[in-house]
Design a protein around this ligand. Sequence first.
Ligand code: BES
Ligand code: ZN
Ligand code: ZN
Length: 507
Amino acid sequence: MKVSFDPKIVHGTPADIFVAGVFKGKNFSEQSNELKDLDQAQRDLLSKTVEFESGKFKGNAGETLLVTMPTSQSAPTRKFILTGLGEEDNFSLDAVRKASASAIRLAKSEKAESVKTLVHGACLKTIDPYRIAQTITEVSNLAIYSFDKYKTKDHDKRHEIKHLILASSNQDHFDKINAGIQRGVMVSRAQSFARDWVNEPPVNKTPIILSEIAKKVARENDLEIEVLDKNKCLKHGMGSFLSVARGSDEPPMFIVIKYRPKHPPKKHIALIGKGVTFDSGGLDLKPASGMEDMKIDMAGAAAVIATMSTMKELEPDVAISMIVPATENMTGGKAIKPRDVVYAMDGTSIEIMNTDAEGRLILADAIAYAVNVLKVDEIIDLATLTGAIGVALGEAFTGVMTNNQEQADKIVKAGNEEGERMWQLPLCDDYRDAIKSEVADIKNLGDKGQAGAQAGAVFLEHFTEGKPWTHLDIASTAYISKANEYGPKGATGVGVRTLVNYLDNYV
Ligand code: BES
Ligand code: ZN
Ligand code: ZN
């Protein structure tokens, strides 16, 4: 969907549907001047209709009302969507999200080709119009996302809105709205890209294919890329990563993309994404119900690759090394077995208790590589690591675990600002003790009765050597069973908005 700005609300670019935000508990004369101008141009038809309908439409955030002008009247626009912004005193970007998402979805169901919208709440001057325009653009693009690539019949493909126009007559806001649109387009494009790859069937996103995608992203953003094949990984001693790949016929790929700023960087950050392109569980085979969605086990990889796709435009002033260990977790004749012992590249011996706890095994070498070879200053990893995180937090929050409170606080803030909710879980020595092994240094499972998400986290922590590190367990937020304001059920592309905001504003 193309998104553009129009300085003329009434007489500018026409559109099939016009969206206007309405505050709750106010009559028409108390709403924004822009809405009143619009009404005048419509010969007061809008205000009359709303008064008429006021019993039904309250203006709660997320509530919408489709208003169709009678054909007998010569009014410039035929269809309006009034979308609730909630109470003026509580106005927030969250209200903008709900209002924009429900309006654009209604416009989509009305099969509109073009939609024009006011910049909700900009008149209040409580929130920067840049942020409002960014949010409207982001949410609108993401809310109507669909994955129709494999529908072979045109009539099965969902309707697409071609053009969204943000309109404002306030000259002071023009530049900010334009800049907000640009940011919103960049972020929503990156996040949709992440969604596309998470939704993709596993046969079409093997480690080799994933490395080709990464190469394309690197090329398009003038970034350096290095893809380590099995032999190179062997030379680095990545026995933990390679052990997971042993059961698969698909060769593993260890993908590294490097962004270096023009000026000396403030610091060097590793962004690591779990890239298990299919997780059968290995010999500890998952039941069918648990395996059904395991194409999503590369959602961390998708999020960090997508984040790198914004580098040309974002140009953060830190050095970034993105690392994706990519492999399948399968059951072939060479597959690792429970109670095998493998060595990570830092020399740590690991007893494999469960072949389905493979995410931590591949991330161990990725973290060790970031610390010992790339010598990064801090690490952020995104991984669909444990089912346990969903038990704790459900689909509403990404789980956050860290060895550095300051870093985690900034990431959580960056996430919350972008509507990607996060919640921190504690790490402590009880959990660290629970991954000690009888025969090796550590094991890839906690003791019985110990917190599952944290057992995964302390395993990763072992390889950070004290470098600031924050782990985002996205197992329950990467793929959702029910639509929310940011999109349909299925892949969410979670993490992209958080990382872009973090890299831009918190480093
Ligand atoms: N990929 C799974 C985690 C997962 C579960 C992701 C549900 C998305 C949705 C991970 O590799 C896994 O299997 N974890 C095990 C760990 C256990 C064996 C300690 C789990 O959560 O059951
Ligand atoms: Zn697994
Ligand atoms: Zn997994």
